[in-house]
Design a protein around this ligand. Sequence first.
Ligand SMILES: [Zn+2]
Ligand SMILES: [Zn+2]
Length: 151
Amino acid sequence: MSPESEAQTEAVHEFAGRRLRDAEQMYTKGRRELVLLLHGHGRPATIPDLLDRGATLTQSSMYRNMVDLQAVGVVQKVAGADDRARYELAEELIGHHHHLICTQCGSVDDFVAPASIEQSLDSGLDKVLVDRGFQINGHRLDILGICAECA
Ligand SMILES: [Zn+2]
Ligand SMILES: [Zn+2]
């Protein structure tokens, strides 16, 4: 691991540990492992994906710990085109992004939109929603289509 990504991983553990401590919970070995596996996966992961990456936890304790990490805002659930549960680290940790969802094979990938698109999205929505007195402080946008593998 490069010193840079090592520092990144340390920052992720720091954040997760702090969130759990604030909720009076422990950053157990199992939770650390899940956070590390999710961080390494680099896109939304299912529990079987994480088992393939060499997870040592049982499936049931992975689900349990995932629920706990979600409750403290370290992990979030990701919607796909199918009903498989996918997880990723919170945007606070990995940055704002969107998801490309393949409606054929169900794959879900991260997509960081160029700043110009983010800006026109926000300003366009602002204009439309100001009449409703709604102040935007974020958005979620999934893009549906056919991935390169399936095309
Ligand atoms: Zn596909
Ligand atoms: Zn965005």
